[in-house]
Ligand binder design. Structure first.
Ligand SMILES: [Zn+2]
Ligand SMILES: [Zn+2]
Length: 70
């Protein structure tokens, strides 16, 4: 059982992240799933408002893509 997630009631239907406060949940929706966000990750489809956030996301979640072998 994921003990920590018990305290996070608000679950995002798009990426399954959980949030303790509804404010954080709403902010997440605006940040990651808003139509205003133009930069979407080609790996998982998440959207970001600027390139820096997208790059940071790729670095964190898809760093395995940077496999220099082969
Ligand atoms: Zn989400
Ligand atoms: Zn991604």
């Amino acid at each position: 059982m994921d003990f920590f997630n018990l305290f996070k009631k608000h679950k995002c239907q798009n990426c399954c992240r959980r949030f303790y406060k509804v404010e954080n949940y709403m902010h997440h929706q605006m940040l990651y799933h808003s139509d205003k966000n133009r930069y979407d990750c080609s790996n998982c489809g998440l959207k970001f408002p600027d390139m820096d956030r997208l790059k940071n996301h790729i670095k964190i979640y898809h760093s395995y893509k940077k496999n220099k072998s082969h």
